[in-house]
Design a protein around this ligand. Structure first.
Ligand code: AMP
Length: 495
């Protein structure tokens, strides 16, 4: 088996790798590093989580080390990243690996923050610049930076660039690079347009493909739970209570969906934060830092915001909504299987999401073990029960028994929410009934004449909800329990 010492890297780099705790190179590192050290171009088909950052960062550092530091307003290596989060993480990795090197300057530029500090930094010259395309173009247009002497160019997460509409900006930036350069191109998937772009940018590249579907998917314990859209909220609470995740990433398809899940968890007494494109840079950084530090144990994210999030120790990925692109499923569950670790991925599948599940199983060439909870978490029944102030009957599982007697840890039900709030919270059920969507089961419909508000999994469900909250409360007292706010309602993620 290859070890890092086989690559002939500088001692300074090897020492940093020991500090980082890297013992064995990952497959993409083994396959890419030797050729990159020779100056070859590379087409890497790999997702975040495979160790691809070190696969390109280590050879770049090694190759730049003997040369002269960057001249003012010049960049020696440029890494383009689609998101601020990924750009920041790449820059952090470069800093980590170059910690024993003298004079290796690393800077990161992205939008959403002031231009001035970035301009001051660029004017001094940067050895390794990590940038998002839009802000880099601003700085180039303002004459703050020139790429005419850039020696190495990396395009990271190219397929994400395409999704975010960055392909033309990338082409424009590339025009400013010298023809004689080393180019590296990474993408998790290879749609036609991305293959075309790779063809334009690379010269006689080596191709390294780290099959994410097989490697990641195999390491993660996966489950699907079939459930009505309207019952997902309650199921999420049940899953959190039963699984006691140390660190959970919950995925929704939309930004609004992410906010709604955070809000509902908050109302149910569970702390969570959202990370998506509508959040300010400061909010995203704060949420991510709290998640990394473990002060927030639940982060709710959309696919784009979560791409490139590098957090070790994610114990659970919960797909509140199934993604409509199968590759996104692989990306999502890959968050819990980083660098050899394994985790649990639980996906909620409503009737109208069944075609997505089929696609996912086809692409990942596996059948995901499934459980059918349709009809067991009956929204209508719970609404009725709430009105009568009784516990619901029926088959709903009682995972809290694992944790002891929840009745000792009851908390009072939160105060009633406003009519407007109730209306908005009833939206997911309503939205699921779009043309073409499968008709939800009777349980999600409620009875004729019943208000939408009474169909939602409500705080007024003083029987079942209080019991579940009690179980959350019990967990909150435990060492690994979910963080819970003292108050039962309100919003917290800085919106
Ligand atoms: P990446 O795919 O570059 O985002 O890397 C995913 C995670 O794996 C990061 O937390 C890296 O620090 C870590 N990592 C990368 N290479 C190795 C390695 N050879 N051994 C252990 N961890 C690694």
């Amino acid at each position: 088996m290859t070890s890092f010492s086989d690559f002939g890297l500088a001692d300074t780099l090897n020492r940093a790798l020991v500090d980082a705790g890297y013992e064995t190179p990952t497959p993409i590192q083994t396959q890419a590093i030797p050729d990159l050290l020779k100056g070859r171009d590379l087409l890497g088909i790999a997702q975040t989580g495979t160790g691809k950052t070190a696969a390109f960062a280590l050879p770049i550092l090694q190759r730049l080390a003997p040369g002269k530091p960057a001249a003012p307003r010049r960049v020696r290596a440029l890494i383009l990243s689609p998101t601020r989060e990924l750009a920041t993480q790449i820059a952090e990795s470069f800093k980590l690996y170059s910690r024993y090197m003298n004079h290796m300057s690393i800077a990161v530029v992205f939008g959403g923050v002031g231009h001035r500090p970035q301009e001051d930094r660029l004017k001094r010259g940067v050895d390794i610049l990590v940038a998002t395309p839009g802000r880099l173009m601003d700085h180039m247009a303002a004459g703050m930076v020139s790429l005419e002497t850039t020696e190495i160019f990396v395009l990271d997460e190219a397929d994400q660039m395409l999704d975010m509409g960055f392909v033309q900006p990338v082409r424009r930036i590339v025009k400013h690079l010298p023809k004689a350069r080393q180019s590296l191109f990474f993408s998790a998937t290879m749609p036609k347009e991305i293959g075309q772009l790779a063809g334009e940018l690379l010269f006689n590249p080596i191709t390294v493909s780290v099959a994410p579907a097989a490697t990641t998917v195999e390491r993660v314990e996966q489950r699907v739970i079939h459930v009505e859209t309207a019952a997902k909220r309650r199921l999420l609470l049940d899953v959190i209570v039963a699984e006691k995740p140390e660190r959970a990433l919950i995925f929704t398809r939309t930004k609004h969906g992410a906010d709604r899940v955070v809000r509902q968890l908050g109302q149910d007494g569970v702390d969570a934060a959202a990370i998506h494109g509508n959040k300010s840079q400061a909010q995203r950084e704060k949420a991510l830092a709290a998640f990394k530090a473990g002060t927030t144990q639940i982060l709710v994210a959309t696919d784009i915001a979560a791409r490139g999030i590098d957090v070790t120790g994610v114990s659970h990925v919960i797909n509140f909504d199934l993604p409509n692109i199968p590759e996104s499923y692989v990306h999502r569950i890959g968050r819990t299987a980083r660098a050899g670790a394994s985790g649990v991925a639980i996906s909620f599948c409503a009737d109208d999401e069944r075609p997505y599940l089929k696609d996912i199983e086809k692409v990942t060439r596996q059948k995901i073990p499934a459980e059918d909870r349709r009809g067991t978490i009956s929204v209508a029944e719970r609404a009725d029960t709430a009105e009568r102030g009784e516990r619901p009957s029926g088959k709903r599982p009682q995972p809290g028994n694992r944790s002891g007697n929840p009745r000792n840890n009851r908390r009072p039900a939160p105060p009633a929410v406003s009519a407007e709030q109730q209306r908005r919270d009833a939206m997911p059920a309503a939205k699921a009934r779009q043309p073409g969507a499968a008709k939800p089961s009777h349980a999600a419909h409620g009875k004729p004449g019943q208000s939408k508000a009474s169909q939602r999994p409500s705080h007024r469900d003083t029987g079942a909800a209080e019991e579940t909250l009690g179980r959350v409360g019990f967990l909150a007292g435990g060492r690994e329990g979910m963080k819970r706010r003292p108050e039962g309602r309100g919003q917290r993620d800085g919106r």
